[in-house]
Design a protein around this ligand. Structure first.
Ligand code: F6R
Length: 591
């Protein structure tokens, strides 16, 4: 989702810093980009649809500028063309924006009645025109910002340049991420740390409703009540940061190869709280994080004997909730910025529930909002499709289920810890087996529909495997509860339709195998994904992927690896833009 960068410094290299920053935000997903900067006392705006490369071609990097703002746009209002791209300018004011101005149509009408006209279809241009109008009213940007906050509804992180104050940047933040980076010789604005980490690891986060005035050697932050506040400057810990592809063709493949290390780092059971006292747990999240939640539901219900509901965060926000002070709400998010999940946490807190976040990005908005945060230690994930972060989320949920499970004897604890220690080695061996998945992928990539079926926890894994496949390969795919096929979906099975069956739970293995036989007899090409103990000879499958057995709490962590790899290899065979699938964004900061 949109990315923001801002720079003001003593060195006149704003153009390089802005473009470099935008390139580091590419992972968020975008369809156009732009910058605005001051050159020889004049404001220059450059913007282009498509990749940042196109924008770069329009810029003369020999030009000196010491102040500017930049933006990658993920279109929400109006198509991704040059006019709709940011920055947007209205007379004295030029802005870039991430978020959605909910009352923009109403505001646009009011401003049109006042005599203003608009070039673009965006909500952002409305914000620029409004800020300019307020600036002209007060002749003071801070006052204009204060009134802007009272008028505008929605989510916004905005960086502002004013042609009357060419040595100052302004910023406002509400419900969309924005940080300020500080250093001796320059100050920065960014949606996320990677945009500025090359220049400084000192940064401060802005609370909702706050705004800032930034010069090259001073940062002033005002809170929602318009009070100047002390700066809480943090240091970004970049221990795990390696944002190179390290010789891998794609970030996604690199990130899958990091999974053994990630599970080792995340496996610290001492940091896991005991949730056994809760009578009811609700897990809320979006996309793959929600799928991790579904795996967690099965594990917590089975091992800790606590009922768990999983609610998609965008649904949680608008439904009748049955939670109170005695409930625990667990929010799962890689980015920690997903707007729906963040809002779900705020709602849960209003109900008096305790909130735990399973979050990857340190100090992100959700990490700061929840009562207790458990970090997943996956390190920065750049590929839009999550792999290692999903795995670490499942691991934390398995650890929560284990810790809350009934009295364990010493022997059992020892065994679990051994299994946990063995996990990275087993994941490594599965990854080493990639040739097998490559071969299957060569057969599957030309297919138009691929189905995944399973029961119980295997169904939760099917949902993630199917999402991974469709989002990066654009092949239509569905995950189905195996027993539900007969109630409609089986009519889609034709000669050669691939059906991937996941079978890891021995108590229901025979049931799923029966369902695989049903599709096989209707011509499906069946791939049986199972464990050593449940592997069996039979004519109900065409291919079999056999994975090592481990403690059932940890089994899902092994099963998903070949399916992530197959999604990757299928997308590669199809020549897809694997790390940046079309229309998707890494950090979904609008609802
Ligand atoms: C799919 C994927 C998305 C995210 C979802 C939530 O591969 O990455 O479905 O899981 O957008 O994002 P976070 O975890 O950042 O809240």
């Amino acid at each position: 989702m949109c990315g923001i960068v801002g720079y003001i410094g003593k060195e006149k290299n704003a153009l390089k810093v802005l473009i470099n920053g935008l390139e580091h935000l590419e992972y968020r997903g975008y369809d156009s980009s732009g910058i605005a900067y001051i050159l020889n006392d004049k404001l220059i705006v450059k913007k282009e649809p498509g990749r940042i490369m196109r924008l770069k071609e329009t810029i003369d990097f020999n030009n000196d500028s010491y102040i500017g703002i930049g933006h990658t746009r993920w279109a929400t209002h109006g198509e991704p063309n040059k006019i709709n791209s940011h920055p947007h300018n209205s007379e004295h004011i030029t802005i870039v924006h991430n978020g959605i101005i909910e009352n923009y149509l109403e505001l646009r009408k009011e401003l049109t009645n006042k005599g203003y006209s608009f070039k673009s279809d965006t909500d952002t241009e409305v914000a620029a025109v409004l800020l300019n109008d307020l600036y002209k009213k007060y002749n003071d940007i801070i006052k204009a910002i204060q009134e802007f906050k009272n008028i505008v509804k929605g989510a916004y992180a905005i960086a502002i340049l004013c042609d009357k104050e060419k040595d100052t940047l302004y910023a406002i933040k509400k419900n969309s991420p924005l940080i300020i980076g500080t250093s001796e010789d320059a100050n920065y604005l960014a949606s996320d740390v990677p945009a500025i980490i090359e220049y400084t690891n000192k940064y401060l986060t802005l609370d909702d409703g706050s705004y800032a005035k930034i010069t090259k050697d001073k940062v002033e932050v005002y809170n929602n009540d318009n009070k100047l506040i002390d700066l809480d400057i943090k240091t970004f810990d970049s221990t795990y940061e390696n944002t190179n592809k390290m010789g891998f063709e794609h970030y996604m493949l690199k990130e899958i190869h990091e999974e053994p290390t990630v599970v080792r780092r995340t496996s610290n059971i001492k940091t896991i709280p005991n949730i056994s006292k809760y009578k009811k747990i609700v897990i809320t999240a979006c996309g793959s994080a929600m799928h991790a939640g579904l795996v967690g539901k099965y594990l917590i219900e089975k091992y800790a004997n606590i009922p768990v509901e999983v609610e998609i965060a965008s649904e949680f926000r608008y439904k009748k909730l049955f939670i109170d002070k005695s409930s625990l709400v667990i929010a799962i998010s890689q980015s920690g910025e997903t707007a729906d999940t963040l809002e779900a946490v705020k709602i849960a807190k209003k109900y008096g529930s305790t909130t735990i976040g399973i979050i990857n990005v340190k100090e992100s908005s959700i990490a700061r909002e929840v009562d207790k945060v458990i970090y997943t230690e996956a390190g920065r994930e750049i590929a839009v499709a999550t792999t290692k972060a999903y795995l670490s989320q499942v691991e934390v949920l398995a650890l929560l289920a284990y810790k809350a499970s009934k009295e364990k004897d010493l022997e059992e604890i020892k065994k679990f810890i051994n299994d946990l220690n063995e996990l990275p080695v087993l994941i490594d061996t599965i990854i080493d087996n990639s040739n097998e998945y490559k071969l299957i992928s060569k057969y599957l990539y030309q297919k138009e529909d691929i189905f995944f079926i399973g029961r119980g926890i295997d169904y939760a894994l099917c949902m993630e495997a199917s999402l991974k496949l469709k989002e990066i390969s654009y092949i239509h795919s569905e995950a189905y509860a195996a027993g539900e096929l007969k109630h409609g979906t089986i009519s889609l099975i034709e000669n050669g339709t691939p059906v991937i069956g996941i079978v890891t739970d021995k108590t229901i293995a025979d049931k799923t195998i029966s369902n695989l036989k049903e599709v096989k007899s209707r011509g499906a090409y069946v791939i049986y994904v199972t464990t050593d103990k449940l592997a069996k000879k039979g004519d109900f499958y065409d291919k079999c992927i056999i994975l090592p057995d481990i403690n059932p709490l940890l089994q899902p962590l092994l099963i998903i690896i070949p399916l992530q790899l197959m999604a990757y290899y299928i997308a590669k065979e199809k020549g897809c833009d694997i790390d940046k699938p079309k229309n998707l964004a890494k950090s979904v900061t609008v609802e």
